[in-house]
Structure formats: structure tokens, C-alpha cells
Write a protein that binds this ligand. Structure first.
Ligand SMILES: Nc1ncnc2c1ncn2[C@@H]1O[C@H](COP(=O)(O)OP(=O)(O)OP(=O)(O)O)[C@@H](O)[C@H]1O
Length: 246
């Protein structure tokens, strides 16, 4: 008989799970409850879009899921390993190994070239096969910008370089905050295609977005309002933008 407890299959398939997340902010007298008991799961190969009005708690949620911030209550797990309620360095290590993060503020170090930013992201996963920097940049259409510094890139190029860096560690979970915010239609399609390919390869993807194109391409939409998960819709069959609109 196996010593391994027989867990329900939905747990085995979850690459990312959050249970009852709360996040309080206190600034002087003022208290904000940015997350009020958010629970969610993202399975391997699934793409989930998170939508909601400004101030709904989307960026706070993403930061807690990525281990960049600590929830005040609740728990986050990546591939069954708890990432919340650990020291900063422990969270950094888990994130570097398992999670790709693409933030609005960008994830490139300003003094390193695009290639060196990618190599830095790959240091945490030495020993695991990793795509070459050139191959990653080819995929996002930045093959000729490998030696550029971030300040030499346009907004759209920065977004695509940021995606290459977020994918450099071959993450189990990709978390992105408005990854297509500054992109025109063609560049948005490049980024979405690359994200979809990762999901097809088994990555769990969660994207905070206002883009109808991103919502259309998602398997599921989670609507956040006032720190809570509101109306959510599972998709099945053809992907139609007929339920939750950003
Ligand atoms: N560091 C902070 N200190 C105090 N309050 C904060 C802090 N960060 C966020 N908040 C508050 O928490 C709430 C949720 O903010 P958050 O940035 O997560 O929302 P959002 O849905 O991402 O908004 P947007 O779409 O405008 O980026 C807001 O009321 C915001 O003012």
C-alpha cells in the first residue's frame, strides 16, 4: 500500500492555489482591506484572467500569489508548496525556481542588457534545461535587441523583453499584470501567442488585465470587486467574450 495520502485529483493538478487570502494595509489612521477572503485555483495548462475595477485588489492579489507580498491571512501554494508565511529570502528562492512574474513596473534590472537579465533569471534553475536567451528573444520578436539596455527599448519592446525574462526560468506558474497594456494589436498578439504556448506546455497562467483580447483567450475569468471574488465564469467550447468583460 502506498504511504502517499490519496489526495483529490484537483489538488494534484493545481499549480497555484490560494485559500482565504486577506490583506490589510495600514497608513496612519487609515486602514484598507484590499483582499477579503480570496480563494482560487489555477491548474496546469489553464489560463485565468483576473478582471475588476481600479482599486479592486488585483495587483495586491498578484503580489501575494507571487510571494512578493505577504497576505495578512490565508495561504498561497505553488505546486503544492506553501510560499506564503515564509521569510523574504525563502519566498524569493521559491519564486525564482517556480514562478515567472511580469509586472507593470517591469521586471528588468536597468543596468543589465536584455541578455544578462535573462541569464540572471536562469541562475536559480541551473541544472534544469533552459531556453537560450537568443531563442527567447526570437520568440518575442526582439532578436536584434539582445545587447540593448532597458532604457534603449520602447514601451512595447520593454513589455516583450519583460515577458522573455519572466519565461526564462521555465516557470510552473506565470503571473502577469497587464502584460499587453502598452502594446499595439500586432505586438499584443505576439505576447498572447507566447503565453498560450506556455499554457499548452503545462504552465498555469494568471493574468490581471483590462484587455478584451486577453479575456477572450482565457479559459476562465475571475472578477474581483472590493477585494472579493465576484461573478466568475468557466469557459467551455469556443472561447467567446460573452461573459465577464473588463
Ligand atoms: N501600499 C499600500 N498602502 C495602502 N493601501 C494600499 C497599498 N497598495 C494598495 N492599497 C490599496 O488597496 C486597494 C487595492 O489596491 P490594488 O492596487 O491592489 O488595486 P487594483 O485592482 O490593482 O487597482 P488598479 O487597477 O488601479 O491597478 C486600493 O484601495 C489601494 O488604495
Amino acid at each position: 500500500m502506498s504511504a502517499v495520502p490519496d489526495r483529490p485529483s484537483y489538488e494534484r493538478d493545481d499549480a497555484l492555489s490560494a485559500r482565504e487570502l486577506y490583506r490589510f494595509y495600514r497608513a496612519g489612521e487609515e486602514e484598507t482591506l484590499a483582499l477579503r477572503g480570496v480563494s482560487l485555483r489555477v491548474r496546469r495548462g489553464e489560463t485565468v484572467a483576473v478582471v475588476g475595477p481600479s482599486g479592486a485588489g488585483k495587483s495586491t492579489l498578484l503580489a501575494c500569489l507571487a510571494g512578493l507580498d505577504e497576505p495578512s491571512g490565508g495561504e498561497v501554494k505553488v505546486s503544492g508548496v506553501r510560499i506564503s508565511h515564509r521569510s523574504g529570502p525563502e519566498r524569493d528562492r521559491l519564486r525564482a525556481r517556480h514562478i515567472g512574474v511580469l509586472l507593470q513596473s517591469r521586471n528588468l534590472l536597468p543596468h543589465l542588457t536584455v541578455r544578462d537579465n535573462i541569464r540572471l533569471a536562469q541562475r536559480a534553475v541551473r541544472g534544469r534545461p533552459a531556453a537560450r536567451a537568443q531563442a527567447l528573444l526570437d520568440q518575442v520578436g526582439l532578436a536584434d535587441r539582445i545587447r540593448a539596455l532597458p532604457r534603449q527599448l520602447s514601451g512595447g519592446e520593454l513589455a516583450r523583453a519583460g515577458l522573455a525574462v519572466a519565461l526564462a526560468n521555465s516557470p510552473t506558474v506565470l503571473l502577469a499584470d497587464e502584460p499587453t497594456g502598452e502594446l499595439d494589436g500586432a505586438a499584443e498578439q505576439v505576447v498572447l501567442r507566447m503565453i498560450r504556448e506556455r499554457a499548452t506546455g503545462g504552465c498555469a497562467v494568471l493574468i490581471v488585465t483590462h484587455s478584451p483580447a486577453v479575456v477572450r483567450g482565457a479559459d476562465r475569468v475571475i472578477a474581483l470587486a472590493d477585494g472579493r471574488v465576484g461573478e466568475a465564469s468557466a469557459r467551455s467550447g469556443p472561447r467567446e467574450a460573452d461573459d465577464v468583460r473588463p
